[in-house]
Ligand binder design. Structure first.
Ligand code: GTP
Ligand code: SPV
Ligand code: MN
Length: 607
C-alpha cells in the first residue's frame, strides 16, 4: 500500500534496509508524498519557498541579509522538554536516576498509536545525515524522517545532510533511524498553521537498539534529531559500548604568541557560555583563538595515543539574546547570510533584533509572538531561548582544521558552571581521577535567589544531566575507564574547572569574562607547558597571583581574593552537599569517586 505514495519509490539508494524502514514508516504515518533529501541548494530553495507559502518562514530583507529567514514558533513550543524526554532501556536501572524511563514495549505500542496517520496531508522528508566530517572514522550516520520542512532545512545547516551521507551509507551501512513528526496531520481541505505542533510531546530514545522517536514538537533539540538526541543521548551509549566519548563540549584552538598550539574542550551546562568561549576574541596581544565546535565533541584515542576530537555538527544553533558586538562579534559576523532565526524580534525594516543586541530597542519592533513590542510591558521582544542556525564554515573564527577527519588532539578539558560563590576562577585537577570527580560535581546556580549562598544547586555532572543516554553512575565509571585505558597516560588531556560567574556582595560579576577569559586560558596553556606557577589547595591547583596575566584589567586585591582564594569553611559545606547527590546512584557510583570525596574532606580538615 505504501508503495503507492508518490515519491517513495524508486528510492535514490540501493540500501535495502533503509528502503524497507522508510517504506514501513510511510505505511504507518501515511504522508501525502515522500521526498528523499539530496542536500542540494535547489532543494533547499524549494523547501524554503514552500515554508514561506505556509507562513512558517518569512524572508528577511535580502539586500541586508541574503539567504536569511525568520520563524516564530508556537508559544508552547519554544525549548527542549526535559519532562517529556525518555530513555527506554529494557531495564529501568540502565536509564538511571537522572533520566525519565518508560518500558520500551509499552512505549513502542504508544508510539505506534500516536504515529498512525500522523503525517496525513503532509510531505514526509527522508533526511540522511552524517555526524562529523564525511569519511572520518570518528563520524557516524543517521537518517531522520520528518514531516517538517523547517526541520529538513535546519538539518541541512546543522549536519552534513543529503547525497554525501547517503553515499557513505552504501548498500549496507549502519545508521541511527530517527523518526520525527509534528503530530499535526491535516484532514482533507484543512488549512495549515504557520507552526504546526501538538500539545502532547514525546522525545523517546531506545538505547539498546539505537533508535529515536520524537512526537509533537518542531523546535530545536526536540526535533533536529541529529543534535542532542543522537550526538549525545544515543552516541553516549555507543561511546560507552565502544570505548570512546560523546560529550556536551565546545572545542577551541588556541595559539600563543610564541606559536604554541593547544586544543581545549569545555563542558558547561546550557546557557553557561559554550558558544561564547568557542568564539572568544582574546584581549591579550598575540593570542589567537579559533573555533572547532560550540556544543558537542566526539573523542577517541588516535594511533599516537592522544585523544582526538571532532565536532559532529556542521552548524551552530546558538542563543541569540545577549549576543552583541561587544560580547561575541564572531557570532554576529556569522549571521550575515544563510541563517535561520527563530523566535527573535523583527524590526520595522524587516531585520532581526534581540535583547542585548543594542542597548536600546529600536522603534517599531514586532515581538516573537507577532505583536507590536511594548517596552513598558516588561516582556522581552525576543524569546529568551531565541536561536540562530548557521553553517559553521561561515564563522570568521572557524579553525581551518574544523572538518579534518582525523579530529584535533585535545590537550585540556575544562568544566564550568554558574557559581556565584565558593568555586575559584580556575582550578587544575591533581590527576585524571580527580578530574572525573570534578566533572561529576558540576553544578550551576540558576537564579539570583541563590546568589552568594552555597546550596540550591542544580547538579549537572559533565553538563550532561539532560543528555546522558544511560545511568550516570555508569557514565562516571566510563570516564574512569577511558583514563585508565589510555595508551600513554602522559598524553592524556589535563582537567581544569573554571568559573566566570563569581559575584561580589552587590551581586555583580567580579571577573570581566568574555574576551578576558583568554587570561585564564593562557594560564592553562602555560600549565600544560610546565611554565605557570600554582598554589596547591584542598580543591586543586589554583594560579598564584603572579601567574595570572592581569595586565590591563582593573581588579582590586579584595576582588582577586574572591576569585582565587579557597575558603576551607565554605568548601567544607560545599563538599558536604556531594554525598546526597552521589547516593542517588547507589552501587552504580564508582568507589573511586567516593574515595575522591573522602580525600577532599580529609584535605579540608587538614587545611
Ligand atoms: P547553549 O547553547 O544553550 O548550550 O548555551 P551556551 O553554553 O552555548 O551559552 P552561551 O555562550 O550562549 O552563553 C549563555 C549566556 O552566558 C549569555 O547570556 C552570555 O552572555 C553569558 N556569558 C557567556 N560567557 C560569559 C562570561 O565570560 N561572563 C559572563 N558574565 N557571562 C557570560
Ligand atoms: C541546549 O539546550 O543545550 C541547546 C539547544 O543547545 S537545543 O538544541 O534545543 O538542545
Ligand atoms: Mn550554545
Amino acid at each position: 500500500m505504501s508503495q503507492s505514495i508518490p515519491g517513495l519509490l524508486p528510492a535514490p539508494t540501493q540500501h535495502e534496509g533503509l528502503v524497507a524502514w522508510v517504506s514501513q514508516i510511510a505505511a504507518l504515518t501515511k504522508p501525502d508524498r515522500v521526498h528523499w533529501c539530496d542536500g542540494s541548494e535547489a532543494e533547499k530553495s524549494a523547501i524554503i519557498a514552500d515554508l514561506i507559502g505556509k507562513g512558517t518562514l518569512k524572508a528577511l530583507d535580502q539586500s541586508k541579509r541574503p539567504g536569511c529567514y525568520y520563524a516564530a514558533s508556537d508559544p508552547k513550543d519554544v525549548a527542549r522538554v526535559e519532562s517529556r524526554t525518555f530513555i527506554c532501556s529494557q531495564d529501568q536501572a540502565d536509564a538511571g536516576p537522572t533520566n525519565n524511563w518508560a518500558d520500551p514495549v509499552e512505549m513502542r505500542s504508544r508510539m505506534d498509536g500516536l504515529f498512525d496517520g500522523c503525517m496525513k496531508g503532509r510531505t514526509m522528508y527522508v533526511v540522511p545525515f552524517c555526524m562529523g566530517p564525511l569519511g572520518s572514522h570518528i563520524s557516524a550516520l543517521g537518517v531522520e524522517i520528518t514531516d517538517s520542512g523547517y526541520v529538513a532545512v535546519s538539518m541541512g545547516i546543522m549536519t552534513r545532510m543529503g547525497k554525501g551521507a547517503l553515499e557513505q551509507l552504501g548498500t549496507d551501512g549502519v545508521f541511527v533511524p530517527a523518526v520525527h513528526t509534528l503530530g499535526a496531520p491535516l484532514a482533507e481541505g484543512q488549512a495549515d498553521v504557520a507552526w504546526p505542533c501538538n500539545d502532547d510531546k514525546w522525545i523517546v530514545h531506545y538505547p539498546e537498539t539505537r533508535e529515536i522517536w520524537s512526537y509533537g514538537s518542531g523546535y530545536g533539540g526536540n526535533a533536529l534529531l541529529g543534535k542532542k538526541c543522537y550526538a549525545l543521548r544515543i552516541a553516549s551509549v555507543m561511546a560507552r559500548d565502544e570505548g570512546w566519548l560523546a560529550e556536551h563540549m565546545l572545542i577551541l584552538k588556541l595559539t600563543s604568541p610564541e606559536g604554541v598550539v593547544k586544543y581545549v574542550a569545555a563542558a558547561f551546562p546550557s546557557a553557561c557560555g559554550k558558544t561564547n568561549l568557542a568564539m572568544l576574541q582574546p584581549t591579550l596581544d598575540g593570542w589567537k583563538a579559533e573555533t572547532v565546535g560550540d556544543d558537542i565533541a566526539w573523542m577517541r584515542y588516535g594511533t599516537d595515543g592522544r585523544l582526538y576530537a571532532v565536532n559532529p555538527e556542521a552548524g551552530f544553533f546558538g542563543v541569540a539574546p545577549g549576543t552583541s558586538r561587544n560580547t561575541n562579534k564572531n557570532a554576529l559576523d556569522s549571521l550575515v547570510k544563510d541563517t535561520v532565526f527563530t523566535n527573535v524580534a523583527l524590526t520595522a525594516d524587516n531585520d532581526v533584533w534581540w535583547e542585548g543586541l543594542t542597548k536600546e530597542a529600536p522603534e517599531g519592533l514586532t515581538n516573537w509572538k507577532g505583536q507590536p513590542h511594548d517596552p513598558s510591558s516588561g516582556e522581552p521582544a525576543a524569546h529568551p531561548n531565541a536561536r540562530f542556525a548557521v553553517w559553521a564554515g561561515q564563522c570568521p573564527s572557524i579553525a581551518p582544521e574544523w572538518e579534518d577527519p582525523a579530529g584535533v588532539p585535545i590537550d585540556a578539558i575544562l568544566f564550568g558552571g554558574r557559581r556565584a560563590s565558593a568555586v575559584p576562577l580556575v582550578t587544575e585537577a591533581f590527576d585524571w581521577e580527580h578530574g572525573v570527580f570534578l566533572g561529576s560535581t558540576v553544578a550551576s546556580e540558576g537564579t539570583a535567589a541563590a546568589e552568594n549562598k552555597v546550596g540550591e544547586l542544580r547538579r549537572d555532572p559533565f553538563a550532561m544531566l539532560p543528555f546522558c543516554g544511560y545511568n550516570m553512575g555508569d557514565y562516571f565509571n566510563h570516564w574512569l575507564k577511558v583514563g585508565a585505558s589510555a595508551p600513554d597516560a602522559s598524553k592524556l588531556p589535563r582537567f581544569f574547572f573554571v568559573n566566570w560567574f563569581r559575584k561580589d556582595q552587590d551581586g555583580k560579576f567580579v571577573w570581566p569574562g568574555f574576551g578576558d577569559n583568554i587570561r585564564v586560558l593562557k594560564w592553562v596553556v602555560d600549565r600544560l607547558e610546565g611554565k605557570a606557577e600554582a598554589v596547591s589547595t584542598p580543591v586543586g591547583h589554583v594560579p598564584s597571583r603572579e601567574a595570572l596575566d592581569l595586565s590591563g584589567v582593573e581588579l582590586s586585591d579584595a576582588q582577586l581574593s574572591t576569585l582565587l582564594d579557597v575558603d576551607a569553611e565554605v568548601w567544607t559545606e560545599e563538599a558536604s552537599l556531594i554525598p546526597a547527590f552521589y547516593e542517588k546512584f547507589g552501587d552504580r557510583l564508582p568507589q573511586a569517586l567516593w574515595d575522591q570525596h573522602a580525600a577532599l574532606t580529609k584535605r579540608l580538615e587538614d587545611a
